[in-house]
Design a protein around this ligand. Sequence first.
Ligand SMILES: C[S@@+](CC[C@H](N)C(=O)[O-])C[C@H]1O[C@@H](n2cnc3c(N)ncnc32)[C@H](O)[C@@H]1O
Length: 435
Amino acid sequence: MELKIFQFSKLQISSPKRDKGLQTGWESFFPYYAGYPEIFVKGLLESANLSPTSIILDPWNGSGTTTFVASRLGYEAVGLDINPVMVVIARARMLPCSEADSLLPLALALVGQGPRPTIEAGADPLEEWFAPQTATAIRQIETAIRESTIGGIAPLDGATIGRISGLAATLYLGLFAACRSLSRVHRSTNPTWMRKPKSEEQKTTVPPVGVVAAFIDNVRAMANELAASEKTPGIAPRWAIEVADTTSASLKPDSVDLVVTSPPYCTRIDYTAATRVELAILAPILPEAREDLSRNMIGSIRVPVKKIAQSADWGETCNRFLDRVRQHDSKASSTYYYSTHLDYFDKIDSSFGRISSTLRPGGIVCLVVQDSYYKDVHNDLPTIVTEMCGRHGLRLGRRDDFRFSRSMARVNRHTKIYGRPSVPTEAVLCFEKAA
Ligand SMILES: C[S@@+](CC[C@H](N)C(=O)[O-])C[C@H]1O[C@@H](n2cnc3c(N)ncnc32)[C@H](O)[C@@H]1O
């Protein structure tokens, strides 16, 4: 067998910044603020000296850029995410273009079915944003998708969501996109936040026929996009995209050749907030309550339930940063902010341990990591991650820094108050597991 020698210097590392202009075509149906562009993943995969049997993992798969590109290039791809909404979106992205023609007829047949029993009025989480009649119309479509594509009336477990077909996932995505446009008045410039209407009058009111039209329009546009992408190579059939929590998932040891991912940010952004409406749509099939999901997320803004002790194992830079947060004289620094940061580092450290064990000796990990500030204290996450990964047997071979003007750190209004740099560094860190 030909011996392939990996060289960090040969890795093609382009900017991980995904500007809005790149979110066209299929990606425009779920514009995800936290993702990197396909071209970034493509460059890495094409230069990483992989073999046709290589397995690529994204443990924080988000909108599924890694799994989509890896699969297009013919590799076995595995994507994990704790948020079922992101799993549905990433699975929809894998729908082969041969299915383009069946999408619209299927959607039309679904909306043509008569009314079906749905969630009782007043009990549907969609009513947080939509007037009861509008929420019922959305729920009718969701029930029709669920009954005809998944079969079961839930709750399903995370594993079942990780098996729903590409067609079912795409129909859900059509409904997500419709609800996203119908509820846009509640959205703010912060992509992770949705305002909650304060009164019944502020809720979105659209007649049922308008809800159906929005759903059908989105499915039609998605079918057209998919049909237009036919000239590009198909999706390799070997892929798995599942709901999993990286702090507890049991991953097969020594099996993965390359990890390409971006860990959740450490900027006190609630990831579930960006997908609240979609979580409400999926409510009947969700394995856990929204509060539990939000708490289990890495980067959760909720106070952790268990007591977490600062650990020397997290490295010098992390410990220095945590000490400064705890000693900061601003309100709640030593309590709320210190404990949520502990929660972040505890979860991310145990995840790196699992990621390292699932990597084969000599395997590569490429991470996109952004620094940030807590008040005036620099959170040098790229260095913290480098030290943590080192303790889990991952040796840094290359680091490329990029500077962005748009980032999640800037969403935080305190940037101006503390006069700290407003342009964070996004580092691409590449590690090798000791052979
Ligand atoms: C920065 S985003 C990844 C974006 C992705 N690379 C893309 O291109 O779309 C981080 C992801 O980690 C997920 N996440 C947060 N905590 C997690 C956990 N404990 N286990 C697995 N996934 C988690 C979030 O739901 C989010 O989708």
